[in-house]
Design a protein around this ligand. Structure first.
Ligand code: ZN
Length: 192
C-alpha cells in the first residue's frame, strides 16, 4: 500500500459504501494510519491509497500514540453552517497548499471500525479535515475548490505531478486505466 498522487485515476473515483467490516478491512485501516503518520498527515482517505472504499482515517495530532485515532466509514455530512477560508494541503499533492472555503461547522453520521454508528457536530480543524476527506471519497481534490487565480499560483507544481505521473505510467509502475479499474472492481466485490 502506498499513497498515490494526482492525476492517478483512483483519486477521481467515487468510492462505494463499505458493507463488510472484517479483519482484512481492519488491517487496511491500520496500514492507512501508518502511512498517514509517515507522511505527517492528519487525514487519509481510502482513494489516496488506491482503494475504492468509502472510508477515511483522521488523527489531528499527526503523531502515532498521540491524540485520538478516528475512523469514518460511509460518512454523511449535513447541517453545514458558516463559511471560512483557510490554507489546505493534501498527501496526494505533497508540498502544494492553497486557500479553500469550507463550512465552519458540520454534522457527520458515520460508522466506526467496530461497525457501530456514531454522529458528531464538528467545528474548527475537525470540521475542515472531515470535509476535505469526504471530498476525496467523491473524487474531489481541494484544488477543485480553488479559483483560476489561486490555481495559477500553483500551476508549475501541479504540472510536476503530471510529469511524474506520465513517467510512472511509462515505466509501468502505475498500470493503465483498465488495470486500475479492474483492481478497484475486485476490492468492491470484497467489501462493498
Ligand atoms: Zn487530501
Amino acid at each position: 500500500m502506498e499513497i498515490i498522487s494526482l492525476p492517478h485515476p483512483t483519486l477521481r473515483y467515487k468510492s462505494k459504501p463499505v458493507k463488510r467490516i472484517n479483519a482484512e478491512l481492519r488491517a487496511i485501516v491500520q496500514e492507512m494510519f501508518e502511512l498517514m503518520y509517515e507522511a505527517n498527515g492528519i487525514g487519509l482517505a481510502a482513494n489516496q491509497v488506491d482503494l475504492p472504499l468509502r472510508l477515511f482515517v483522521v488523527n489531528t495530532t499527526a503523531k502515532k500514540g498521540d491524540g485520538e485515532e478516528l475512523v469514518f466509514i460511509n460518512p454523511v455530512l449535513t447541517r453545514g453552517k458558516g463559511r471560512e477560508t483557510a490554507e489546505e494541503g493534501c498527501l496526494s499533492l505533497a508540498g502544494i497548499y492553497g486557500p479553500v472555503a469550507r463550512y465552519k461547522s458540520i454534522h457527520v453520521d458515520a460508522y466506526g471500525i467496530d461497525g457501530k454508528p456514531f454522529s458528531a457536530d464538528l467545528s474548527g480543524m475537525m470540521a475542515r479535515v472531515v470535509q476535505h476527506e469526504t471530498d476525496h471519497l467523491d473524487g474531489v481534490m481541494f484544488t477543485d475548490r480553488m479559483n483560476q487565480y489561486e490555481l495559477a499560483e500553483i500551476e508549475a507544481e501541479l504540472e510536476e505531478f503530471e510529469i511524474e505521473f506520465r513517467s510512472k505510467r511509462a515505466d509501468g509502475s502505475i498500470p493503465d486505466d483498465v488495470a486500475v479499474f479492474a483492481r478497484l472492481a475486485d476490492f468492491e466485490s470484497q467489501f462493498c
